[in-house]
Design a protein around this ligand. Structure first.
Ligand code: NAD
Length: 351
């Protein structure tokens, strides 16, 4: 509920804290760092720039002009315990988002995935405990629901993992719970559903569907739907995810495990998502209104239907999925449209 988030904002502005955001040069991490800086906090970012970029960091700093002196970016690897120890020094809260964040990349490189997502998480938790950090919030994923069939996914059930990524995220949650029970370090795991927003990477073989389609629609290229388009996802805007993190960092917690869904509570088929996005793009490029998608084989390791049950996060954290999907799609389209190369104007010689 906005009320609880407003309280969190006021509390942070009244009494600023020091935060470590791992993966700060990535999509979600850069939005976390941006909101924290906006609220007057001091932020350390840790990133190895494997998928994150300095462009994202430049973008977030440009969005908060008075952040000078309150943000420090450390180049480092969560697989390296020393990098984690150095980054945690003097920190109050850790928002752990560094990861191999793609199901297809995890399938292609399971060893790298286990090193970064599992060992890297253990390194961050251990370093946080040694540094006396107050609480760690870890990015988990709805992928942990795997083959579970339920109208809406609830936190007390998980399915058989369908990918190394899903298994790695589940292991991360269990490590978080263990650090709470054995070492007394409060750890919250947030199961993100499909997060969308500005700065999500549109390029490469592991691109998520919304940025890849947005770029294609803006450029007048065809969009590929893997499968028949009837598969559903729960899409949530990155600004709601940022709110969930700050609520999770500050909310009073009862008995663990502290695992919460972060989604919209609604499912949208890929076909419907395509139509919504096409309309949003048509607002800035009218020709997109007539675009049609092409279908390809479904991708391995993907779940068929996905929808978050939000009751636990709402009751304990005060989480509500705001702003909604329409706002998130419009912001995404505007961001990509502003970064596309300007159309080529024929030179005088060629005219
Ligand atoms: P992203 O790839 O944009 O961000 C991940 C960041 O981690 C990147 O900046 C990358 O350079 C950094 N990183 C990777 N390996 C590292 C290492 N060894 N050491 C230090 N930094 C490293 O992805 P994202 O979408 O922003 O995802 C952030 C987190 O949220 C991840 O843990 C991901 O699994 C989780 N998540 C994302 C979604 C989504 O829809 N985007 C859904 C569920 C969960």
């Amino acid at each position: 509920m906005p009320g609880r988030y407003d309280e969190v904002r006021r509390e942070l502005m009244r009494e600023p804290r020091r935060w470590l955001v791992t993966g700060a040069a990535g999509f979600i991490g850069s939005h976390l760092a941006e909101e924290l800086l906006r609220l007057g906090q001091t932020v350390v970012g840790l990133d190895d720039f494997s998928t994150g970029t300095r462009l994202n960091v430049g973008d977030l700093l440009a969005a908060v002009p008075d952040s000078r002196g309150r943000f420090r970016l450390r180049a480092g690897d969560v697989r390296n315990p020393r990098d984690c120890r150095d980054a945690c020094a003097g920190v109050d809260y850790v928002l752990h988002h560094a990861a191999v964040a793609s199901v297809p990349r995890g399938l292609a490189e399971p060893g790298v995935l286990a090193d970064v997502n599992v060992r890297g998480t253990v390194n961050v938790l251990h370093a946080a405990r040694l540094a006396g950090v107050r609480r760690v919030v870890c990015a988990s994923s709805s992928a942990v629901y795997g083959d579970l069939r339920a109208p809406a996914q609830r936190e007390d059930e998980v399915g058989t993992p369908l990918s190394p990524y899903a298994l790695g995220k589940r292991e991360g949650e269990l490590w978080g719970d263990l650090f709470g029970r054995v070492y007394g370090l409060p750890v919250v795991s947030l199961r993100y559903f499909n997060v969308i927003g500005p700065r999500q990477d549109p390029a490469g073989p592991y691109a998520a569907v919304v940025p890849a389609w947005t770029r294609a629609l803006l450029a007048g290229e065809p969009c590929v739907i893997h499968g028949d388009g009837a598969a559903t996802r729960d899409f949530i805007g990155v600004r709601a995810v940022v709110r969930a993190n700050l609520l999770a960092a500050l909310a009073p917690l009862g008995e663990g495990p502290h695992v919460f869904n972060v989604g919209s509570g609604h499912e949208t088929s890929l076909t419907d998502l395509y139509a919504l996005l096409r309309d949003a793009v048509a607002a800035v490029r009218p020709e997109a209104a007539w675009a049609a998608p092409v279908h390809d084989a479904p991708r391995p390791g993907e779940v068929r239907h996905s929808r978050a049950d939000l009751s636990r996060g709402n009751a304990v954290l005060g989480y509500v999925p705001e702003p909604g999907l329409d706002v998130a799609l419009a912001e995404t389209v505007r961001w990509h449209a502003a970064r596309l190369p300007a159309p080529r104007v024929p030179s005088r010689a060629a005219a």
